[in-house]
Ligand binder design. Structure first.
Ligand SMILES: [Fe+2]
Ligand SMILES: [Fe+2]
Length: 296
């Protein structure tokens, strides 16, 4: 009887693992691939219910790297709508060298470059469609909402694309972020609010709400190249939908911080710390605990 109640207690919690910024660079880095296998094995052995990967799967916007991630998720039984959510990062959508070469050679109109960016974003969402809509042939894109019914609670994952196209003056490194007003409006709609009722709501995007934020001029220059331009509008929407946490990556640091009552978790970088990840446990009363785990 004691064993039965202990099992009930354990299964009543939802366990979410969060990693970010994998920056895969082809199959030659066997060490990193082995580390990824090890981490995914651990998630399965540890009873993780859902895995969030918050962008920068590839280092140079290569489809082959997305393939590598998908293959590994598939071979570990994690490539399923209810098991995993994947976001695009700037390194998935922007190849800086190519952008600059193209720009210097042809000086294409911003509209043309914007179309190229949208094509790449659409390529990403179609590639990972099964994780977005649950249907390999679906056509859903950002923002998307996944509501997963666990035995103890309903978890809503609300995902936004924060990658903003490369522009020579405004986004010279391709690493500034922007969430389009269309996405923010769509997520704030009454229809979405109704569907989120009774859910534990998580916000997901690639860019950080907070980067350094110090008074040092060097830090401020760095902040500018990395920042989420419309972070206050994003925060307002997260409050509006009553998100409890926001999971992000981009700024390669494992961090947690609170803004206006919302917990922000930076999943750091698997590339630079492959033994570390963020674990989030949500209990049936709506309480949660987050910590960074280091595999021994
Ligand atoms: Fe990154
Ligand atoms: Fe990034």
């Amino acid at each position: 009887m004691k064993t039965a109640s202990l099992i009930k207690l354990i299964t009543a919690n939802v366990k979410i693992a969060h990693i970010s910024d994998l920056h895969f660079s082809g199959k030659k880095d066997r060490r990193q691939i082995a580390d990824f296998d090890r981490l995914l094995d651990h998630f399965n052995a540890d009873g993780v219910h859902h895995l969030v990967i918050s962008g920068d799967l590839s280092n140079s916007a290569e489809r082959a790297d997305w393939h590598l991630v998908r293959e590994k998720l598939e071979s570990h039984g994690l490539y399923k709508w209810e098991k995993c959510t994947v976001l695009a990062g700037n390194h998935d959508l922007i190849n800086l060298e190519e952008e600059m070469r193209f720009y210097n050679a042809l000086n294409p109109l911003p509209l043309l470059r914007m179309r190229g960016f949208e094509r790449k974003l659409s390529e990403f969402t179609l590639f990972f469609q099964e994780l977005i809509s649950g249907d390999e042939k679906g056509k859903k894109t950002f923002p998307f909402v996944k509501i997963i019914n666990f035995s103890s609670s309903k978890i809503a994952l609300t995902a936004l694309n924060s990658v903003y196209p490369w522009y020579p003056a405004d986004n010279p490194l391709g690493s500034r972020g922007l969430i389009t007003s269309g996405q923010l409006r769509a997520l704030s709609s009454q229809h979405v609010l109704t569907s989120l009722k009774g859910c534990f709501v998580l916000g997901l995007c690639h860019h950080a709400y907070r980067v350094y934020g110090t008074d040092s001029l060097i830090d401020q220059a760095f902040d500018w190249t990395m920042e989420l331009k419309d972070r206050e509008e994003f925060l307002a929407v997260m409050k509006h939908i009553q998100a409890r946490l926001v999971l992000h990556g981009h700024f390669h640091r494992f961090q947690n911080y609170t803004v206006d009552g919302i917990s922000f978790i930076n999943g750091g970088s698997f590339r630079y710390a492959p033994q570390r990840y963020s674990e989030l446990i949500i209990d049936e009363t709506g309480g949660f605990q987050q910590k960074f785990i280091i595999l021994s």
